[in-house]
Design a protein around this ligand. Sequence first.
Ligand code: MF3
Ligand code: CO
Length: 243
Amino acid sequence: MRAAGHLLALTMQEVLKRIEPGAKDGDIDGFAEEFIRSHGALPAFKGYNGYPKTLCMSFNEQVVHGIPGNRRIKQGDLIGIDCGVILDEYYSDMARSVFVGGEPPRRVRKLMEVTERALERGTQNMVEGKRLGDVSAAVQAEVEAHGFSVVRALVGHGIGTRMHEEPQVPNYGSPGTGPEIRNGMVFAIEPMVNMGRFAVKTLPDGWTIVTADKSLSCHFENTVAATPDGPEILSRVQSEANL
Ligand code: MF3
Ligand code: CO
């Protein structure tokens, strides 16, 4: 799973370099697919329940599962990029959100910072002996302290030889509740945070999730293992020593 996470992080790094005004989402998706396949892995999303692409690219009020196609990226877009790979039977899953073209407005930057910090807070609780509810509550507390809302209709998940394994990992909950975390467990922790209210709906394409109130939404995700040395983020570019 380390190897799958490492390749995924490399893929994301290359994808992020290509996000710029005028680029087409479908072209970036094609690049990502080629990159993953050329490294001996498979795109985890393509064909998953009929999903047609390698990436999800979710613009602005889109929360997750936006399908790349013919949309041109514009200055001022806030884009969530979600990707998964399968390497030697093991899955990894990650997402990053980027603002296109310079400094975001202050409230947008706050939304991005808070979502990323919520992921960090959740990650810090991925420790043997703690409970799933500790992860969820840590994410929720960070988000709500800043007046944003946590999407309820979609959750993180266990991950391993399938993309979605038990348990579900909600981004809201109560400390000290739920199953106990044990070393060797791996979760995809993925706060989806709305600037407005938490309600979402699905577009007629059957995939794209948008905020009901059309407010901006932000998504960060990592594949995280509980280990005897503490939480280990697998979806990152690791040092040679870790390889
Ligand atoms: N990253 C998404 C998740 O965490 C998976 C999207 S699968 C797709 O659940 F098929 F919808 F793309
Ligand atoms: Co996921």
